[in-house]
Design a protein around this ligand. Structure first.
Ligand code: APR
Length: 234
């Protein structure tokens, strides 16, 4: 494992355009559940009943309870050392772009800039009908919009398009990348799962479960641990 970490460190120093793509496994060490590992959200609840446009339309009470619970869970959650290391690497010019599937805002809270939130953010809400921004307190209180519409967090639900600007930005960074480091994601959800294939650069995958095979380096390690060791080698 150490030689793989050393290799990633060498590529990080040599690369002039490095992109980091993260998933829910980047937030578990901050105390947030991921989705598909044995302790993940989707082991307890069928995503079709809460994380789809159908759920928003036909199952609003469960939809509102599910997202309210996840929003409340953020109250005492902070970024971990791994988030702070990535923010530091960005400041030092070792990383040029961070894209995430996470909606928890932890990369930004750790000091990262211009993070592309490919699946949106749970930290703000809008009306599904008139699209006006709404108060988080109104959503948590299960209130309707002034127009009568239903409030929903600004996350990308299954069946919705990804934010165009975030997608285009990350795609262009991937195409320009000399190094792509993918951390804490099962890469099971389209179209983000396709992004690592879009680069001609070196690719490294850091994940607790290795189901992928097309990476130059595949490291079965905790995100925080791997980032701490690479950082110490720099
Ligand atoms: N370090 C490294 N890997 C980890 C860690 C950790 N500390 N904790 C969990 N993992 C791994 C898990 O083994 C799993 O393979 O991270 C991966 C997380 O995968 P998922 O739970 O599928 O999460 P993600 O890939 O981000 O899901 C993508 O699916 O439900 C939708 O919108 C949701 O954005 C999410 C998308």
């Amino acid at each position: 494992m150490l030689e793989q970490l050393q290799q990633i460190k060498n590529w990080l120093e040599e690369s002039r355009h490095t992109v980091v793509l993260t998933g829910a496994g980047m937030s578990t060490e901050s105390g947030l559940a991921d989705f598909r590992s044995k302790s993940g959200w989707w082991q307890q609840i069928d995503p079709r009943t809460v994380a789809t446009t159908e759920a928003l339309t036909h199952n609003y009470q469960l939809f509102q309870q599910f997202y309210s619970a996840r929003i409340h869970a953020l109250a005492d959650i902070t970024p971990h050392e791994g988030h702070r290391i990535l923010a530091d690497w960005q400041k030092r010019g070792l990383v040029q772009h961070i894209a995430t599937q996470n909606v928890d805002g932890l990369h930004t809270l750790a000091g990262s800039h211009n993070v592309d939130e490919l699946h949106g953010s749970i930290r703000s809400v809008r009306c599904q009908k008139c699209h006006a921004a709404a108060e988080m307190s109104s959503f948590l209180a299960n209130e309707a919009c002034r127009c009568g519409g239903r409030l929903r967090p600004n996350v990308v639900l299954f069946g919705e398009n990804l934010p165009q600007q975030a997608w285009n930005s990350t795609l262009s960074h991937m195409k320009a990348a000399q190094l792509v480091i993918v951390i804490g994601t099962s890469l099971e959800v389209y179209p983000v799962s396709q992004l690592p294939h879009m680069t001609n650069g070196k690719t490294a995958y850091i994940n607790l479960e290795i189901e992928q095979s097309h990476f130059d380096i595949m490291l079965k390690e905790k995100a925080g641990e791997a980032l701490k060791i690479i950082d110490a080698l720099l």
